[in-house]
Design a protein around this ligand. Structure first.
Ligand code: SIN
Length: 482
């Protein structure tokens, strides 16, 4: 497979000639070298995207949709190969990688169809010989900076709607997982998407980000990643007032009320907590469980957590692979140690998993912690690891107060069988995505995005297209009368 940057339809190395390694997090083995691009590479990619823009915009939405459907079909045709590659560079279990390729392809398919529905409007004017036309036109050259936790889906979630709307794009994937991005670039060429419409550059995040946000040709940047980096990007976007979509960190509460179906709640908890080794922005980070069912819920959860198999993502039956890098494991360890020091009890796991020879030391045991409190790191910081901390609550009001006591506002979950409570709590939670009796709310049809310091903008559903279009108003005078 290719391991170089894609600029204007050409596979090229970094202009500096520098390269950086890509390692398998499960073994530390180097699996590829990719270009270490910088601002000049980013500029070349932006120019290529600009050169391709006119031709791409002039195609009809139907023509663009055909090419996008072809891309999605190729992704599904090569699902196994792409999944193996993803597990290799990211570490997630192969079944999850397969699922992610399907999820990634769904964003391309969905956007292809939504692009056909970018309707304009004619608004009645207050003058008889005037008409007011509203046009929805592509934003222009766009860019995205994407994370390592979903190496394919977080790209297609942005690329699909951008291309469907008639924009071109420069993609900057995470340094840990550039190979899945490059593979998508190869498929975009095979699908017949014209040169320069999709450009991919790997390398120095800061230099590339600076160029993307200081170059006035780039009209829109979509970013998925940490709140810290999101704030830096927002400050830099002020230079040219570059439009932004920011899908940032989360700290999801997971509330279990005493009228809940406990088996369903445990199933939901497992789905949201241990998916991708706990490394998703929407992973449950704090479990709030009502007094009366606390012990029963904990008992059921422990039974399932203790059955999880840790190991290399490519090995059969593995549920929990390695974390992405040393810093990730150290952060999880620090949160667990802090919780223990402040009085929490470890009911399962609690430390690294020592696997067979040949594996790295980046595996963390699925962990359950009883009795986290306000002052613990885990109550404030996103964990991004397989750790489930629990605490008790007594009333609905208390659960809502604890749940909303966070700077983040991406996702929240709760389980109840009371319809009135379901509506009250859904309305009361200050989060953009609510799983009400559902541990897996992610889907292409729905608007995905956060509030507060989890960012802004929505991806998915009909809502995503407005992130990639400008609304233009034409005041048409001199219409006259018959
Ligand atoms: C994310 O972690 O940012 C995305 C998770 C998802 O799409 O389910």
């Amino acid at each position: 497979m290719q391991t170089r940057n894609l600029i204007g339809g050409q596979w090229v190395g970094a202009l500096s000639g520098r390269e950086e390694p890509v390692n398998d997090p499960a073994t530390d083995e180097q699996i590829a070298m990719v270009p270490h691009g910088g601002s000049l590479d980013a500029r070349a990619a932006i120019e290529a995207a600009y050169d391709a823009l006119g031709g791409w915009q002039q195609r009809t939405a139907n023509e663009r949709a055909k090419l996008l459907h072809r891309l999605a079909a190729l992704m599904l045709e090569r699902q196994e190969r792409l999944a193996v590659l993803m597990t290799r560079e990211q570490g997630k279990p192969l079944a999850e990688s397969r699922g992610e390729i399907g999820y990634a392809a769904s964003f391309i398919e969905w956007a292809a169809e939504e692009g056909k529905r970018l309707y304009g409007e004619i608004i009645p004017a207050s003058h008889a010989d005037k008409r007011i036309l509203v046009l929805r036109q592509p934003v222009g050259v766009t860019a995205c900076i994407t994370p390592w936790n979903f190496p394919a889906a977080m790209i297609t979630r942005k690329l699909g709607p951008a291309l469907a709307a008639g924009c071109t794009m420069v993609v900057k994937p995470a340094p840990q997982t550039p190979l899945s991005a490059i593979a998508l670039g190869e498929l975009s060429i095979e699908a017949g998407i014209p040169a320069g419409v999709v450009n991919i550059i790997t390398g120095d995040a800061e230099a590339i980000g600076d160029e993307l946000l200081s170059n006035p040709v780039v009209r829109k940047l979509s970013f998925t990643g940490s709140t810290g980096v999101g704030k830096l990007l927002m400050a830099k976007a002020a230079q040219n007032l570059t439009r932004l979509s920011l899908e940032l960190g989360g700290h999801a509460p997971f509330i279990v009320f005493d009228d809940a179906d406990l088996d369903a709640a445990v199933q939901g908890a497992m789905a949201t907590k241990f998916r991708n080794m706990g490394q998703t922005c929407i992973c449950a980070n704090r479990f709030l469980v009502q007094d009366r069912i606390y012990d029963a819920f904990v008992g059921k959860l422990l039974e399932v957590v203790k059955g999880l198999k840790v190991g290399r993502g490519s090995d059969a039956g593995v549920h929990v692979g390695p974390l992405i890098n040393d810093a990730a494991v150290q952060k999880v360890e620090a949160q667990v140690e802090d919780a223990k020091a402040k009085g929490a009890r470890v009911l399962a796991g609690g430390c690294r998993w020592a696997g067979p020879a040949g594996l790295s030391n980046r595996f963390f045991q699925p962990t359950v912690i009883d009795g986290f409190t306000d002052d613990m790191l885990i109550n404030r910081q996103e964990t991004f690891g397989p750790v489930a901390p629990l605490r008790r609550f007594t009333t609905e009001g208390e659960a809502l107060r604890l749940a909303n006591d966070s700077i983040y506002g991406l996702s929240a979950y709760f389980y109840t069988r009371d319809a009135g409570r379901l509506m009250r709590v859904a309305e009361g939670l200050e989060y953009g995505i609510i799983g009400a009796n559902d541990g897996g709310p992610s889907t292409v049809q729905a608007p995905f995005g956060g509030m507060k310091q989890s960012g802004f903008g929505r991806e998915g559903g009909k809502y995503v297209m407005s992130e990639y279009v400008e609304i233009k108003y034409v005041s048409w005078g001199g219409v006259g009368s018959a």
